[in-house]
Design a protein around this ligand. Sequence first.
Ligand code: ZN
Length: 467
Amino acid sequence: MATLLIKNARNIITMDAERRTFPGGSLYARDQRIVAIGTDVPYETADVVIDAAGRIVYPGLINTHHHLYQTFTRNIPRAQDVELFDWLLTLYDVWRELRPEDVYLSAMVGLGELLKTGCTTAADHFYCFPNAVSGELIDEEIRAARELGIRFYPTRGSMNLGRSAGGLPPDEVTQDMETILRDSRRVIETYHDASPFAMTRVGLAPCSPFSVSEDLLRETARMARAYGVRLHTHLAETHDEEAYCLEKLGLRPLEYMERTEWIGNDVWYAHGIHFRDDEIRRLGACGCGVAHCPSSNMKLSSGVFPMRKMLDAGVKVGLGVDGSASNDASNLLGEVRQSYLLHKLAAGAQAPTAEESLWIGTVGSARALGWEDAIGSLEIGKAADLFMIDARKLEYAGALFDDTALPVVAGITHNVETTIVGGRVVVRDGRLVGVDEGALAFRAQTAAARMVAAAGRRTGIDYLRRR
Ligand code: ZN
C-alpha cells in the first residue's frame, strides 16, 4: 500500500461543508484515500513525504466539459471572429482529418495542461468520428489519460444528423444510429467503473439538438439508464440553437429534452445560457447539472450564463474549459478566475465571491458529475486529489491575506507547483511527471499542422487566412 504525507503546509483549504482551513496543517493518504487531515496528524513519515512549507494546498479542480481533440484546431485564423454555427461549419472539415494518433496526442496536450493548472478530474465529450477513419478513437484519449494519471470521465459522443438529413454537420463526420449504439455499449462495458475511486467513468453524450436525431436521443437515454451511466449534451448554448429547435421541432431546447427523456439528476448539460426562469426552476427541481464554460461563451459571443439564478434554483453548476478550439486553452484554474471576473462584470453584487467561484470548480463540479461522495473536497475518506501553489512566489507577494481567494483573485500565473491524483504525484515543480514535454509539444504541433494542411487540400480553403 502506498502512503503519502504532506506536512506543515502554509494552509490547507478543504472546501468541506464548513469550509475549514488548516494553517500549518498536514495530510496523510493511504493509496487513494485521505486518512488524516488537520494540525494533529499522527504520522511522521510515508512512502512519499512532501515538505509543504510556504505552500497552500487546495482540492483538485474538476473539469465538467471539454473536447480534447480540439486542442489541435486552436488559434486557426479562419475560425476566429465567428459565432458557434459558422465556427462549427469551418472546423468540421478540419476535424474530418482526425486519426487515432491525433486523438491520443491532442488528449496528452489538453489533459497535460489541465493537470498543470490544478485539475485532477476531467470529463471529455468526444463526438467526432470521421467515417473515413476506422479505429476506436475514444480509446486513444483514455490511453492518454491513463498515461498521465488524471482521473478521467470520457463521454461517448455522437452525431447522426448530417446535412443531407437537415442537421448542421457534414455527413462525413456522422455515424448511423446502430453503429453509435453498438460502440456506446462497447465503451461502457470496456471502461466504465462505478466505484468511488474509479480512474475512468464513462457517460453517453449525443452532441446537440442540431446534430442528432430524436430517436438517437431517446435510445441513448434508455441505454444509459440500463447501465446506470450519466448523460451529457450541449444545450441552450446559442440563440441559433433555440431558433433551430423552434423551427424544426416546434419546441424550445429544454422542452425537446423533456420529450426525449433527457432530464433528471443523471443528466448534465454544457452551457445552459438561454433558459427562461421557469426552465431554470425545472432544472433545479430535478437535480440536473450544468457545465459553465465562461471563456468559450465569451469567445463565441454566446451569452452570459445566469449564474445566480442557477445557484438559487439548486441547479448543480460545475465549471468547464469547453473544447480548446473555443477557449483556446485547457487552463482550469484560469477558468475559475474567468468565471469570477465575468460574473463580477455582468452581475455585480450578485456575482459569486472568489471562494464561491473556487467551490463551483471543485465541489460544484463534483456534484454536476454525481461524484461528490469521493472527490471535490479534502476530507477523511475522500480521494487525495489536490494541487499546491508556492505562496512565496513574487506573483503572490502583497496578496497573502486570504489563502482561499488567492489563486482566484491574484491568479496571475496559473500553473501550479504540484498536482496529486489519488495520492500520486503527477505534476512536480510545475512539470508533468514522466513526460518529455518538449518532445510531446513538437509531435503534437506537427500532427496538428498535418490535419490543417490536409483539410486545406481537400476543401481548397486556406485555414491560415482570416475570412
Ligand atoms: Zn462543447
